[in-house]
Design a protein around this ligand. Structure first.
Ligand code: HPA
Ligand SMILES: [Zn+2]
Length: 336
């Protein structure tokens, strides 16, 4: 009997390691919160919102992403946003999430760091209690801002440092290489944070090298363009540095022209620790389950490769080793 891939994907326990909570802001909720907070937004209907979600590159997406989050004002807003994501994650059998958020995109427009952070944290706590989803939060620096801005955020966030497993680097990549933030990440490393850097999404393989070799990244987010540098592929394989691939994001942002051009299968076959994630699911057309389904179909991934991807998601996480092992055993107990 032919395997029903969607059914296997649904049954596999998964971790999601590359998810920007602000990128899970569905247009329906955006319109609801605009009304609740009495804020004007550029679209009146769902159709108008969806029509605007047609991007030629990362920057076109980011412009809309930062505009959309302007509606988020109160702690309750951030709680509701995070809770809505967790319900979607639960439906896709996500057991663990390591979630990015962009505090500077909120503090810049006058929303207090504590308002944002406490709203997200209370929903994550509720997710653990009510849905059994464990979670970690990753505070991300916006790379189009300065390193000094990053240091100011690190300082402002101090009372919450024990709430973050790591720090990230996102936003406009080209022209903002990892080394722009060398001192900042050295400080973050010293403070005990894991370092997760977006690199090689639009930027060249040299940015992945910088992230990995100069900054000492624990995970590379995206990393597509690393595949242009064979020596770098070997380094990634030997170090088993995780790559968080986001298939539908790559397609929506024209990082690839077709899902069949995704590097994911080649990365798996080269022995890299690659994972599947949704990035900004409300903008890119699907949550994690849909990303697995779309990439399985495009690359004709086998059942074994799907299981490997689910296993990788836990191996690549920052969970304690015993918890990783328990979840991987659960993946391996799924029959197909
Ligand atoms: O995919 C992304 N790349 C860079 N910055 C981002 N911020 C949210 N999503 C992304
Ligand atoms: Zn991202």
């Amino acid at each position: 009997m032919a395997t029903n891939h969607a059914e296997l994907i649904a049954r596999l326990p998964k971790a999601e390691l590359h998810l920007h909570i602000e990128g899970s802001f569905e247009p329906e909720m955006m319109m609801e919160l605009a009304e609740r907070n009495r804020i004007e937004i550029p679209f009146k209907t769902l159709e108008e919102a969806k029509a605007a979600y047609d991007f030629a590159n990362l920057q076109e997406f980011l412009d809309l992403y930062y505009q959309g989050m302007n509606v988020l004002r109160t702690e309750q807003d951030f709680h509701d946003l995070t809770w809505a994501y967790l319900l979607r994650a639960k439906a896709d059998n996500v057991r663990h999430v390591e979630m990015f958020y962009d505090p500077q995109a909120h503090t810049e427009r006058g929303v207090a760091f504590g308002t944002v952070t406490e709203g997200i944290l209370s929903a994550l706590e509720r997710g653990q209690q009510e849905l059994g989803i464990t979670s970690e939060l990753i505070m991300s620096f916006l790379r189009h801002l300065s390193e000094d801005d990053g240091f100011a955020l690190l300082d402002e966030s101090k009372p919450w440092h024990d709430k973050f497993v790591g720090v990230g680097l996102d936003s406009s990549e080209v022209g903002h290489p990892p080394l722009k933030f060398e001192r900042l990440f050295a400080k973050c490393r010293e403070l005990g944070f894991k370092l997760c850097l977006h690199a090689g999404e639009e930027g060249p393989p040299a940015y992945v090298r910088e992230a990995l070799l100069d900054i000492g990244a624990d995970r590379i987010d995206h990393g597509n363009r690393a595949m242009e540098d064979s020596a770098l592929i070997e380094i990634l394989r030997d170090s088993q540095t995780p790559l968080t691939n986001c298939p539908l994001s790559n397609l929506a942002l024209c990082v690839i022209d077709d899902l069949r051009d995704s590097p994911l299968k080649a990365q798996l076959e080269a022995g890299l620790l690659v994972t599947v994630n949704s990035d900004d699911p409300a903008y890119f057309g699907g949550y994690i389950g849909k990303n697995y389904e779309a990439i399985q179909k495009a690359l004709d991934l086998t059942d074994e490769q799907l299981v490997q991807l689910a296993r990788n998601s836990f191996t690549a996480s920052f969970l304690p080793d015993d918890e990783k092992a328990r979840l991987i055993r659960e993946v391996d107990s799924v029959r197909y």
